[in-house]
Design a protein around this ligand. Structure first.
Ligand SMILES: Nc1nc2c(ncn2[C@@H]2O[C@H](COP(=O)(O)OP(=O)(O)O)[C@@H](O)[C@H]2O)c(=O)[nH]1
Ligand SMILES: [Mg+2]
Length: 223
């Protein structure tokens, strides 16, 4: 039997301090010992069995340096990334506003890589970022500036949709939109619950805004 191919991809986890990046990646850790990288980063090798072969995402998580902003991360951190997650916390308006700074810093080093923008803490009902603001900003952001990006609402603590960023990025990195996971990655037990009604309503309002803003942008372009 032919050996199963293993792809390796460097994945960056970006976003303000406190948005939940480390919590997110540790859902998958399975007690595996973290490798401590040379730049004071933690690198988590995460393996997925997929219909296109095995994929190992080497996920780079910062150790708090992001507190001082995008420039606090050395060039070596960004270099040769294959894909990235930019995370914000929907209860922190500032973390949302700063998504564009993280995006700018990322594409300066890696202009064409696939990116998932994740709104974390979906288990929290109260939000400080309205669907309108997200719809507006991301329609511009995803549609105009970066066709390689997508958006997902997740909750690291509730294990809500935490596998989806990896699935989307796996499809993009391998170049196969039909790629599926042969098995889901094991996760640690959830600590919170997502109220599906709240999240579904938010997603619906967000999508409405997103679609209407994209429409406005293409109308503007048609003028
Ligand atoms: N309610 C809720 N809190 C979360 C979630 N993810 C992370 N947190 C909390 O947010 C805080 C910052 O998380 P951390 O992973 O250290 O953020 P980082 O600085 O981006 O790595 C911690 O108190 C976490 O417990 C989530 O999905 N829901
Ligand atoms: Mg952290």
């Amino acid at each position: 039997m032919a050996p199963v191919r293993t792809f390796r991809f460097k994945m960056l986890l970006l976003g303000d301090l406190g948005v939940g990046k480390s919590t997110f990646i540790k859902r998958f850790a399975n007690g595996k010992k973290d490798q401590i990288g040379p730049l004071g980063v933690e690198i988590y090798p995460l393996e997925f069995k997929t219909t296109s072969g095995n994929i190992c995402f080497e996920v780079w998580d910062t150790a708090g340096q992001e507190q001082s902003g995008t420039s606090a991360l050395k060039d070596e951190y960004y270099l040769h990334a294959d894909c990235a997650i930019i995370m914000f916390d929907h209860t922190s308006r500032l973390s949302f506003k700063r998504v564009s700074s993280w995006h700018k810093a990322l594409i300066k080093h890696n202009p064409d890589i696939p990116i998932v923008i994740c709104s974390n803490k979906a288990d929290v009902r109260e939000t400080s970022v309205t669907p309108n603001a997200i719809g507006h900003c991301l329609a511009r952001f995803i549609n105009k500036y970066d066709p390689n990006a997508t958006f997902l609402e997740i909750s690291a603590k509730a294990n809500y949709k935490v596998q989806l960023p990896f699935l989307w990025l796996a499809r993009e990195c391998v170049g196969n939109p039909d790629l599926e996971f042969e098995e889901m990655h094991e996760l640690v037990e959830p600590e919170r619950k997502v109220q599906e009604v709240v999240t579904k309503d938010r997603e619906k309002r967000f999508m409405e805004q997103f679609v209407s803003k994209i429409q406005e942008l293409s109308d503007d372009e048609a003028l």
